[in-house]
Design a binder for this molecule. Structure first.
Ligand code: RIB
Length: 294
């Protein structure tokens, strides 16, 4: 059984601000940090650090070679990562405030240069029973899902960031959704009650495993009417960027390593707690032994 993450890679420009910039305003930032990121890269790193052999497919420009090195140095297989000469690597402009919250502007760059031919090239190396992890920061996501499903791959979708492109996907093909409240509401309807939201998701996708992440309120899992609650571990919040990616990668890794849902959620919650206590996206993702000692 092989695991493929077809996802974005970004260079994150993180500006530390007291408050997020408002319409018409010009503000100064206290600090600029440049980190490796992208939901795809972050999730591949988390999977690998959690002990799963993962292939990362995607694209960078020639200015993004550091991202490939980071993945390789952390044990991710980059055989299906393309280096394109005519586009720049995707990037993110991130404002981070004193509470550790963020606002993100993405520039897709190479992430939006994924073509059907690249998808076919990568997927021909995978087969029935292999796993595919996907987010929403690259082009051709509906084609990827279509082709992976045809092959009999199991598809895990983190529909983030949420936008209309998610609705191009045949969502009945998804084996597992890992999503936050905003994404869940976009797929169903607005609801202030988390349990109701979970129920609506289950009604809409009765065959899928669903994990609803709730930030500081933890997460909720449902499959076949079995609901499992997971608390979030309290830590000093420094930067919430990539907490969700860390959770996703660790949860999936634990499940693929044969752990039961409850224990996998717990490990993922610990990993995410460590991530929010540190600065940056990729640099905040903990190693497995740190999670076990948490
Ligand atoms: O989930 C966090 C990530 O979102 C950042 O690393 C940024 O690149 C954006 O993709």
């Amino acid at each position: 059984m092989k695991v493929l993450n077809f996802g974005s890679l970004n260079i994150d420009y993180v500006y530390s601000v007291n408050d997020f910039v408002q319409k018409g305003e010009t503000i100064s930032s206290d600090k600029l940090n440049v980190f490796s990121g992208g939901k795809g890269l972050n999730q591949s790193l988390a999977l690998s650090k959690a002990g799963v052999e993962v292939y990362h497919a995607g694209a960078i420009g020639e200015d993004g070679l550091l991202l490939e090195k980071l993945l390789r140095d952390n044990g991710v297989n980059t055989k299906f990562l393309r280096i394109l000469s005519d586009v720049r690597t995707g990037n993110a402009i991130i404002q981070k405030n004193n509470e550790g919250d963020n606002c993100i502007i993405l520039y897709g760059g190479s992430n939006k240069a994924i073509s059907k031919e690249m998808v076919d090239d990568a997927l021909e190396n995978f087969e029935k029973g292999d796993w595919l992890l996907l987010q929403n920061e690259i082009s051709e996501i509906s084609y990827i899902v279509e082709k992976a499903y045809e092959k009999g791959m199991k598809i895990v979708l983190n529909p983030s960031p949420m936008n209309d492109r998610i609705f191009d996907i045949n969502l009945n093909y998804i084996h597992c959704f890992i999503l936050n409240e905003v994404e869940a509401e976009a797929l169903t309807e607005k609801s202030d009650d988390k349990e109701v939201l979970l129920k609506k998701l289950q009604e809409k996708f009765p065959h899928a495993e669903i994990i609803l992440t709730l930030g500081e309120d933890g997460s909720l899992y449902v499959k076949n009417n079995e609901v499992i609650e997971q608390k979030a571990y309290k830590v000093n919040v420094v930067d919430t960027t990539a907490a969700g990616d860390t959770f996703t990668g660790y949860y999936l890794a634990e499940r693929l390593n044969g752990k039961i849902v409850k224990d996998s959620l717990d490990t993922a919650a610990k990993a995410a707690a460590i991530a929010v206590s540190r600065n940056g996206a990729a640099p905040s993702i903990p190693q497995k032994d740190e999670v076990l000692n948490f």
